[in-house]
Write a protein that binds this ligand. Structure first.
Ligand SMILES: Nc1ncnc2c1ncn2[C@@H]1O[C@H](COP(=O)(O)OP(=O)(O)OP(=O)(O)O)[C@@H](O)[C@H]1O
Ligand SMILES: [Mg+2]
Length: 194
Protein backbone atom coordinates (compact mmCIF):
# COMPACT_ATOMS: atom_id res chain seq x y z
CA UNK A 1 0.00 0.00 0.00
CA UNK A 2 1.44 3.35 -0.91
CA UNK A 3 0.32 6.77 0.15
CA UNK A 4 0.42 8.94 -2.94
CA UNK A 5 -0.14 12.04 -0.87
CA UNK A 6 -2.82 14.51 0.00
CA UNK A 7 -3.05 17.55 -2.26
CA UNK A 8 -2.15 21.02 -1.07
CA UNK A 9 -5.76 22.02 -0.56
CA UNK A 10 -6.25 19.10 1.86
CA UNK A 11 -9.27 18.01 -0.16
CA UNK A 12 -8.05 14.92 -1.92
CA UNK A 13 -5.95 11.90 -0.96
CA UNK A 14 -4.79 9.13 -3.24
CA UNK A 15 -3.80 5.69 -1.99
CA UNK A 16 -2.70 2.71 -4.02
CA UNK A 17 -3.64 -0.65 -2.61
CA UNK A 18 -2.22 -4.05 -3.45
CA UNK A 19 -4.58 -6.48 -1.71
CA UNK A 20 -8.05 -6.94 -0.27
CA UNK A 21 -6.47 -7.06 3.19
CA UNK A 22 -5.10 -3.57 2.67
CA UNK A 23 -8.50 -2.26 1.63
CA UNK A 24 -9.92 -3.73 4.81
CA UNK A 25 -7.13 -2.11 6.83
CA UNK A 26 -7.79 1.25 5.27
CA UNK A 27 -11.41 0.87 6.33
CA UNK A 28 -10.34 -0.11 9.81
CA UNK A 29 -8.31 3.09 10.10
CA UNK A 30 -11.40 5.08 9.14
CA UNK A 31 -13.53 3.22 11.66
CA UNK A 32 -11.15 4.29 14.39
CA UNK A 33 -11.36 8.01 13.60
CA UNK A 34 -14.93 8.26 12.30
CA UNK A 35 -17.22 10.65 14.10
CA UNK A 36 -20.96 10.90 14.37
CA UNK A 37 -22.51 12.14 11.14
CA UNK A 38 -19.57 10.89 9.08
CA UNK A 39 -20.78 10.13 5.59
CA UNK A 40 -18.82 8.06 3.11
CA UNK A 41 -19.94 7.63 -0.51
CA UNK A 42 -18.30 4.66 -2.23
CA UNK A 43 -18.03 4.76 -6.01
CA UNK A 44 -16.52 1.90 -7.98
CA UNK A 45 -17.55 -0.91 -10.28
CA UNK A 46 -18.65 -4.39 -9.20
CA UNK A 47 -15.90 -6.00 -7.15
CA UNK A 48 -13.96 -2.78 -6.64
CA UNK A 49 -13.84 -3.44 -2.89
CA UNK A 50 -16.60 -1.22 -1.49
CA UNK A 51 -18.00 -3.88 0.83
CA UNK A 52 -14.50 -4.94 1.87
CA UNK A 53 -13.75 -1.36 2.89
CA UNK A 54 -17.03 -1.18 4.80
CA UNK A 55 -16.28 -4.39 6.70
CA UNK A 56 -12.99 -2.84 7.76
CA UNK A 57 -14.81 0.27 8.95
CA UNK A 58 -17.15 -1.88 11.04
CA UNK A 59 -14.16 -3.62 12.56
CA UNK A 60 -12.46 -0.29 13.32
CA UNK A 61 -15.61 0.88 15.08
CA UNK A 62 -15.68 -2.32 17.10
CA UNK A 63 -19.06 -3.07 15.60
CA UNK A 64 -18.82 -6.79 14.88
CA UNK A 65 -21.13 -8.39 12.34
CA UNK A 66 -23.85 -6.54 10.53
CA UNK A 67 -27.48 -7.43 10.67
CA UNK A 68 -29.85 -6.62 7.86
CA UNK A 69 -31.93 -3.67 8.96
CA UNK A 70 -35.24 -4.89 10.31
CA UNK A 71 -36.98 -1.95 8.63
CA UNK A 72 -35.17 -1.18 5.39
CA UNK A 73 -34.39 -3.30 2.40
CA UNK A 74 -31.05 -1.83 1.24
CA UNK A 75 -29.59 -1.17 4.69
CA UNK A 76 -27.41 -3.11 7.07
CA UNK A 77 -27.03 -1.82 10.58
CA UNK A 78 -24.17 -2.37 12.98
CA UNK A 79 -25.17 -1.18 16.42
CA UNK A 80 -22.56 -2.78 18.67
CA UNK A 81 -19.68 -0.37 18.06
CA UNK A 82 -18.43 2.97 19.30
CA UNK A 83 -20.98 4.59 16.96
CA UNK A 84 -23.82 3.09 14.97
CA UNK A 85 -22.90 2.23 11.39
CA UNK A 86 -25.46 2.22 8.60
CA UNK A 87 -24.28 0.45 5.45
CA UNK A 88 -26.39 0.99 2.34
CA UNK A 89 -25.99 -0.85 -0.93
CA UNK A 90 -28.03 1.01 -3.55
CA UNK A 91 -27.01 -1.13 -6.52
CA UNK A 92 -30.55 -2.02 -7.48
CA UNK A 93 -31.67 1.58 -7.30
CA UNK A 94 -28.61 2.67 -9.25
CA UNK A 95 -29.56 0.29 -12.03
CA UNK A 96 -32.93 1.98 -12.28
CA UNK A 97 -31.46 5.44 -12.78
CA UNK A 98 -31.65 6.77 -16.32
CA UNK A 99 -28.51 6.12 -18.36
CA UNK A 100 -27.64 9.77 -18.59
CA UNK A 101 -26.84 10.11 -14.91
CA UNK A 102 -23.51 8.33 -15.16
CA UNK A 103 -21.36 10.58 -13.01
CA UNK A 104 -18.33 12.36 -14.27
CA UNK A 105 -16.08 11.65 -11.35
CA UNK A 106 -13.27 13.64 -12.86
CA UNK A 107 -15.37 16.73 -12.17
CA UNK A 108 -16.44 15.89 -8.68
CA UNK A 109 -17.87 17.72 -6.78
CA UNK A 110 -19.16 20.25 -9.28
CA UNK A 111 -20.57 17.55 -11.58
CA UNK A 112 -22.84 16.08 -8.94
CA UNK A 113 -25.46 18.70 -9.59
CA UNK A 114 -25.95 17.29 -13.05
CA UNK A 115 -27.22 13.99 -11.71
CA UNK A 116 -30.85 13.15 -11.21
CA UNK A 117 -31.53 12.28 -7.63
CA UNK A 118 -33.88 9.54 -6.52
CA UNK A 119 -37.24 10.73 -5.28
CA UNK A 120 -37.23 11.87 -1.65
CA UNK A 121 -40.13 9.52 -0.92
CA UNK A 122 -38.05 6.60 -2.14
CA UNK A 123 -35.00 7.68 -0.16
CA UNK A 124 -37.19 8.05 2.89
CA UNK A 125 -38.62 4.58 2.39
CA UNK A 126 -35.14 3.00 2.31
CA UNK A 127 -34.09 4.69 5.56
CA UNK A 128 -31.64 7.19 4.10
CA UNK A 129 -32.88 10.21 6.03
CA UNK A 130 -33.24 8.27 9.25
CA UNK A 131 -29.61 7.17 8.91
CA UNK A 132 -28.41 10.72 8.28
CA UNK A 133 -30.21 11.90 11.41
CA UNK A 134 -29.01 9.08 13.65
CA UNK A 135 -25.66 10.58 14.79
CA UNK A 136 -24.14 7.59 13.02
CA UNK A 137 -21.48 6.69 10.51
CA UNK A 138 -23.24 6.26 7.16
CA UNK A 139 -21.63 4.40 4.26
CA UNK A 140 -23.27 4.02 0.86
CA UNK A 141 -22.30 1.82 -2.07
CA UNK A 142 -23.65 2.88 -5.48
CA UNK A 143 -24.66 6.30 -4.11
CA UNK A 144 -25.22 7.99 -7.48
CA UNK A 145 -28.89 8.64 -6.74
CA UNK A 146 -28.45 10.15 -3.31
CA UNK A 147 -25.71 12.72 -3.53
CA UNK A 148 -27.11 15.96 -4.86
CA UNK A 149 -27.76 17.91 -1.70
CA UNK A 150 -24.92 16.71 0.45
CA UNK A 151 -22.93 19.51 1.96
CA UNK A 152 -20.38 17.40 3.82
CA UNK A 153 -19.16 13.97 2.78
CA UNK A 154 -16.15 11.88 1.96
CA UNK A 155 -16.29 10.64 -1.59
CA UNK A 156 -14.25 7.53 -2.30
CA UNK A 157 -13.60 6.50 -5.88
CA UNK A 158 -12.20 2.96 -6.10
CA UNK A 159 -10.65 1.89 -9.36
CA UNK A 160 -8.96 -1.27 -10.46
CA UNK A 161 -5.53 -0.68 -11.81
CA UNK A 162 -4.95 -1.07 -15.53
CA UNK A 163 -2.25 -3.65 -14.91
CA UNK A 164 -2.66 -7.45 -14.79
CA UNK A 165 -2.55 -7.46 -11.02
CA UNK A 166 -6.15 -8.22 -10.07
CA UNK A 167 -5.69 -7.06 -6.49
CA UNK A 168 -4.38 -3.59 -7.22
CA UNK A 169 -6.66 -0.65 -6.64
CA UNK A 170 -6.29 3.09 -6.73
CA UNK A 171 -8.43 4.91 -4.20
CA UNK A 172 -9.07 8.56 -4.59
CA UNK A 173 -10.72 10.17 -1.60
CA UNK A 174 -12.27 13.63 -1.80
CA UNK A 175 -13.42 15.69 1.15
CA UNK A 176 -16.48 17.81 0.51
CA UNK A 177 -16.98 20.27 3.38
CA UNK A 178 -14.82 21.29 6.32
CA UNK A 179 -15.82 18.47 8.66
CA UNK A 180 -14.89 15.89 6.06
CA UNK A 181 -11.64 17.66 5.37
CA UNK A 182 -10.76 17.27 9.04
CA UNK A 183 -11.81 13.62 8.96
CA UNK A 184 -9.74 12.98 5.87
CA UNK A 185 -6.61 14.29 7.59
CA UNK A 186 -7.32 12.15 10.66
CA UNK A 187 -8.00 9.07 8.54
CA UNK A 188 -4.68 9.47 6.80
CA UNK A 189 -2.81 9.97 10.08
CA UNK A 190 -4.48 6.91 11.57
CA UNK A 191 -3.69 4.79 8.54
CA UNK A 192 -0.05 5.90 8.55
CA UNK A 193 0.26 4.85 12.19
CA UNK A 194 -1.09 1.31 11.65
N1 LIG B 1 -7.41 -4.60 -3.38
C1 LIG B 1 -8.60 -5.17 -3.17
N2 LIG B 1 -9.52 -4.55 -2.41
C2 LIG B 1 -10.73 -5.11 -2.20
N3 LIG B 1 -11.12 -6.29 -2.69
C3 LIG B 1 -10.24 -6.96 -3.46
C4 LIG B 1 -8.96 -6.42 -3.73
N4 LIG B 1 -8.31 -7.29 -4.52
C5 LIG B 1 -9.13 -8.29 -4.74
N5 LIG B 1 -10.30 -8.12 -4.09
C6 LIG B 1 -11.42 -9.07 -4.13
O1 LIG B 1 -12.44 -8.42 -4.87
C7 LIG B 1 -13.70 -8.63 -4.26
C8 LIG B 1 -14.24 -7.30 -3.81
O2 LIG B 1 -15.52 -7.53 -3.36
P1 LIG B 1 -16.43 -6.43 -2.66
O3 LIG B 1 -17.66 -7.15 -2.29
O4 LIG B 1 -15.68 -5.73 -1.58
O5 LIG B 1 -16.65 -5.44 -3.87
P2 LIG B 1 -17.79 -4.34 -4.05
O6 LIG B 1 -17.12 -3.14 -4.58
O7 LIG B 1 -18.55 -4.20 -2.78
O8 LIG B 1 -18.69 -4.96 -5.18
P3 LIG B 1 -20.28 -4.79 -5.45
O9 LIG B 1 -20.45 -3.56 -6.29
O10 LIG B 1 -20.63 -6.02 -6.19
O11 LIG B 1 -20.97 -4.67 -4.12
C9 LIG B 1 -13.46 -9.58 -3.09
O12 LIG B 1 -13.67 -10.89 -3.54
C10 LIG B 1 -12.01 -9.35 -2.75
O13 LIG B 1 -11.39 -10.49 -2.18
MG1 LIG C 1 -20.53 -4.42 -2.30
Amino acid sequence: MADQGIDDSGLSWIVSITSAAETYQLGEAFGRVAEKNSLLLLFGSLGAGKTTLTSGIAHGLGAGESVPSPSYVYAFVYDKGRLPLWHFDFYRLYQELPEDVTPNLANWPSSRHAWRELEPELLDSVGWYEALEDDAVVVAEWPQGVVNDLSDALVVVMQSSMTDDVEKRILQIFAVGTKSQFLLANWRKQWQSL
